[in-house]
Design a protein around this ligand. Structure first.
Ligand SMILES: [Zn+2]
Length: 102
């Protein structure tokens, strides 16, 4: 009953897939735009291949990283916008409640 693991571990760093372009396993951390913040960093982990300089996301190596970053920025800004709307709505609601006679 011994099944092989679905993803045989590569010989590189644990948890990191090989470079989708050259198959290299040596990376340095890629630049991370501040506007994507920690939420984006939890979803996406960009690295730059030391072999060919290709920048990709270790969580989705085949994904197009610039468009992924753009989508993340849109999602995070949308979440932030909804949060602001909720906070403003709560403040307005509290003010309206406070202005009621009872
Ligand atoms: Zn590479």
């Amino acid at each position: 009953m011994s099944q092989p693991p679905p993803n045989p571990p590569p010989s590189g760093p644990p948890g990191l897939p090989p470079c989708p372009k050259c198959g290299g396993l040596s990376f340095r951390t890629g630049p991370w735009p501040w506007y994507l913040g920690t939420i984006g960093a939890m979803i996406c982990k960009p690295v730059i291949c030391n072999g060919c300089g290709h920048e990709f996301d270790t969580k989705k190596p085949q994904a197009h990283l610039p468009s992924r970053k753009r989508n993340l920025a849109i999602v995070i800004n949308a979440i932030g916008g909804i949060g602001i709307i909720i906070v403003v709505g709560l403040i307005v609601w509290m003010i309206m409640n406070a202005m009621k006679p009872y």
